[in-house]
Design a protein around this ligand. Structure first.
Ligand SMILES: CC(C)(COP(=O)(O)OP(=O)(O)OC[C@H]1O[C@@H](n2cnc3c(N)ncnc32)[C@H](O)[C@@H]1OP(=O)(O)O)[C@@H](O)C(=O)NCCC(=O)NCCS
Length: 385
């Protein structure tokens, strides 16, 4: 079906909300907040040949941290198509538009959480990191005491958010959060969030689930607890809810340090999501990221890309002292397309694994060099977008 994708026009907001509400089973007031957070310039709408709104999506402009350096990231979200317009390539057309739009804005990488992988893979996204959801019975967290001050704050108060921002220390793959992402963390679409500052270095943002009534569970949406005393205080604060609240859930790293403080192995992993990445501008993305300390080497890449012609060609990547130089040319010893570049870039899969999956091929020596250059801790993310 012929589809046009372009920026939102005021008169088309309600038809867009209709498409998004049906797609995500979420009511209208939430979409008003979504719009307010992002701004109309981040909303894009798909039309059929009769100019009917049939779908839309949004871009969260933010950053993503790779070995300590933030790279501009376009987070794709709210991808929805009216049920009667599905199966005709609308979503794929919207993703083609998203990549072109990010390229126009000079944003070198694109990311998303897939509800289905097929459509995103068809434009070059691939799995590139994790979001692990843990659950622990609060009854197993007895015996902990506050070791640092616990100060309640209003999570939507800008002064409190400024302190959260100062204390937020993004790890490999974490977001360099925009205002819209901080707003998502501190202000829910439904219900209420509670927050506390913990000592000199920590904070916690919490919501009850369900939003009313007992018993309930605790959803820890975000926290910082970089020292053991703060982390034990955080668990004590949460455990203090245990006469009425039954379980604690949070999203964290595959090797989450908070689990090390849970006295017995009473936790379970209740969900494991894999988010996807796509390099929009390969040389710019490689130049902008950080590299593991002490890593150096030279890699001759042959980049293929069926969708983004500006990426196609041979490149030499030279890494030294935490910096990358990228120049055109070289011997093309490692052949990579978009579905190899995303996970290689994030360090989620090694070049050897991607070769085994059939996503790249090249000389053994070049694969070994890529394994070494891109080696990293498992990239992860706490929040959805
Ligand atoms: C997912 C969604 C956006 C797809 O829209 P669409 O316009 O029907 O998708 P397209 O026609 O462009 O499909 C592109 C490819 O994805 C496949 N696909 C589409 N929806 C799919 C689904 N739900 N499950 C598996 N594959 C799907 C199509 O078969 C097609 O693959 P093919 O070309 O190999 O046949 C739409 O079903 C929707 O709005 N769903 C509800 C909201 C949602 O899940 N959004 C995604 C959030 S990440």
């Amino acid at each position: 079906m012929p589809v046009t994708v372009r920026p939102l026009r005021e008169s088309e907001w309600l038809p867009l909300v209709e498409a998004l509400s049906q797609s995500f089973n979420a009511p209208v007031p939430g979409w008003e907040r979504f719009r307010e957070r992002l701004g109309d310039e981040q909303l894009r709408v798909a039309y059929d040949e009769r100019e009917r709104v049939i779908g839309g999506y949004a871009i969260y402009p933010m950053g993503q941290v790779w070995h300590g350096r933030s790279v501009p990231l376009g987070g794709i979200a709210g991808v929805g198509v009216l049920p009667d317009a599905r199966g005709g390539g609308v979503a794929k057309e919207m993703m083609v538009d998203a990549l072109a739009e990010l390229h126009r804005r000079r944003i070198p990488i694109a990311g998303l959480y897939p509800a289905t992988q097929r459509v995103y893979r068809s434009v070059g996204f691939e799995q590139a990191g994790e979001r692990v959801r843990y659950e622990v019975p609060l009854s197993s967290l007895g015996g902990l005491r506050f070791e640092v001050d616990v100060t309640p704050v209003d999570p939507v108060d800008p002064q409190a958010v400024a302190v959260f921002r100062e204390r937020y220390r993004p790890a490999h793959g974490n977001l360099d959060r925009s205002d819209a992402i901080w707003s998502r963390l501190s202000q829910p679409y439904v219900g209420r969030r509670f927050a506390w500052l913990l000592g000199e270095d920590g904070y916690a943002i919490l919501q009850h689930a369900p939003i009313e009534g007992v018993p309930f569970d605790l959803e820890l949406y975000d926290y910082a607890a970089p020292t053991a005393a703060t982390a034990r205080t955080l668990l004590a604060l949460l455990a203090g809810h245990r006469s009425m609240a039954k379980k604690l859930r949070w999203q964290g790293a595959p090797s989450d340090p908070l689990l090390a403080l849970v006295p017995e192995p009473t936790w379970s992993v209740v969900d494991l999501q894999r988010w996807m990445l796509r390099l929009v501008d390969v040389p710019a993305a490689l130049r902008a990221r950080g590299w593991a300390p002490g890593v150096s080497g030279e890699l001759h890449l042959r980049v293929t890309d069926e969708l983004l012609a500006h990426n196609v060609g041979d490149l030499v990547l030279t890494v030294a002292d935490g910096e990358a130089l990228v120049r055109p040319g070289g011997r093309g010893e490692l052949r990579v397309g978009p579905r190899a570049l995303g996970p290689l870039y994030s360090g989620y899969f090694t070049a050897s694994q991607l070769s085994a999956l059939g996503h790249l091929d090249g000389l053994d020596a070049a694969i070994a060099t890529a394994d070494r250059l891109f080696a990293s801790p498992t990239p992860w993310m706490r929040e959805m977008y």
